[in-house]
Design a protein around this ligand. Structure first.
Ligand code: PMP
Ligand code: GLN
Length: 381
């Protein structure tokens, strides 16, 4: 393994999901629903395969049907107009979009300021690009970004801000005021912004605001999203980028040599999914917000300090009230102690002190599963 990938051995998701399987535990670690998305969307994928749509290499930027549907979705939900031919790129999940964007836009030695805790692929992709990550730490209990600190972190080497809202794992959703302050800094210092918005539809109470919609931002922002979370088909790995033609062309160049193209038939199905009526998106949100409350209340009753998330399908907790200090140790022993798997937030930090006692649970599971997990976790007290 080369030095760039030092310390990036096995992702925590692989480690913890393997532990869940080996111990037969309830897996509230890796974020994937235990119920598939809409049957009509699954049918659309089957129909596409049977009809021979996308069974051979589809076009590199994505099939036109999906690129058009992505552009329509950006207009319908965010008032953002993108040209499906030059400003939309289909990728193998948001994961590839992140990798391709960072590989395409960063020079070795460039500094990238990213919200910490960061989703683990950010650290790996910044490292693979030979760039330097500079964390802006979100701290409990509110996990708001410190915008004065952000200003101080910007240097002449800063090339790019890497955002994630709604934010995994804290569940924080950046407010219009925060986004405006970040956008002002990006414009003032001529920075690019890569924004990971895969949880854009999983917001409870408030709403999601894309930074690309702010003045001066459209031409410097690469927006990334994915069908995995919005349609509960995380295994399909259909993601996308929307940005100005220059930025999309750059990301496309990198994407060509990562996967060349993304799986065909699912693209047709996701094109249909993106056009589902508003009620689909509303029901998804209401169902998940009920599950959030169920798990948040259960975790509180089990003795955890709970930071109720505004978005995503994760709850971050602090295990200190349970007499525990070390989240990694806690998560490695939790399956044996009570048959539940969770994710230690510390692995998403450079400043490990800020995350040592934090543990993440997902609530994108059936009610019975969440109830049973809470029953088991109560045995810890
Ligand atoms: N970004 C964040 C913040 C995520 O939580 C995930 C989890 N799946 C991804 C990107 C990757 O998305 P995909 O599965 O579409 O590659
Ligand atoms: N995004 C999901 C999570 O954070 C899944 C991660 C993954 O499979 N790499 O749990």
């Amino acid at each position: 393994l080369n030095r760039r990938l030092d310390g990036l051995g096995t992702t925590i998701f692989a480690e913890m999901s393997a532990l869940a399987t080996a111990t037969g535990s309830i897996n509230l670690g890796q974020g994937f629903p235990d119920t598939d998305g809409p049957a009509e969307v699954a049918e659309a994928a089957v129909r596409a395969i049977r009809a021979g749509h996308g069974n051979q290499y589809p076009p590199g930027p994505g099939v036109p049907e999906l690129r058009t549907a992505i552009a329509e979705h950006q207009q319908r939900f965010h008032g953002l107009a993108y040209d499906p031919d030059t400003e939309v790129l289909v990728t193998a999940g948001a994961t590839e979009a992140i990798a391709a964007a960072l590989l395409a836009l960063l020079e070795p030695g460039d500094e990238v300021i990213a919200l910490e805790p960061f989703y683990d692929s950010y650290a790996a992709c910044i490292a693979m690009a030979g760039a330097v990550r500079v964390p802006l730490t979100l701290r409990a209990p509110s996990f708001r970004p410190d915008l004065d600190r952000l200003r101080d972190l910007i240097t002449p080497r800063t090339r790019l801000l890497l955002l994630n809202t709604p934010h995994n794992p804290t569940g924080a959703v950046l407010t219009p005021a925060e986004l405006t302050a970040i956008a002002d800094l990006a414009v003032a210092h001529d920075l690019l912004v890569v924004t990971d918005e895969v949880y854009e539809h999983l917001v409870f109470g408030g709403s999601h605001h894309p930074i690309a919609a702010l003045p001066g931002m459209r031409e410097r922002t690469v927006s990334i999203s994915s069908a995995g979370k919005t349609f509960s088909f995380t295994g399909w790995k259909v993601g996308w980028v929307t940005a100005s033609p220059d930025l999309v062309a750059a990301v496309r160049t990198a994407k060509q040599y990562l996967t060349y193209v993304s799986a065909g038939p699912f693209q047709y199905a996701v094109a249909e999914a993106l056009r589902l009526p508003d009620t689909y998106f509303e029901t998804l949100r209401t169902d998940l917000s009920r599950k959030r409350d169920l798990l948040a209340d259960g975790l509180s009753a089990a003795g955890f300090e709970v930071f109720r998330p505004e978005g995503t399908y994760f709850i971050t907790t602090d295990i200190t009230p349970l007499g525990e200090k070390d989240g990694l140790e806690f998560c490695r022993t939790l399956p044996a102690r009570c048959g539940v798997v969770a994710i230690p937030n510390v692995v998403f930090y450079d400043n490990t002190d800020a995350g040592r006692s934090l543990v993440r649970f997902t609530f994108c599971k059936r009610k019975e599963t969440l109830d049973e997990a809470v029953t088991r976790l109560k045995r810890l007290a």
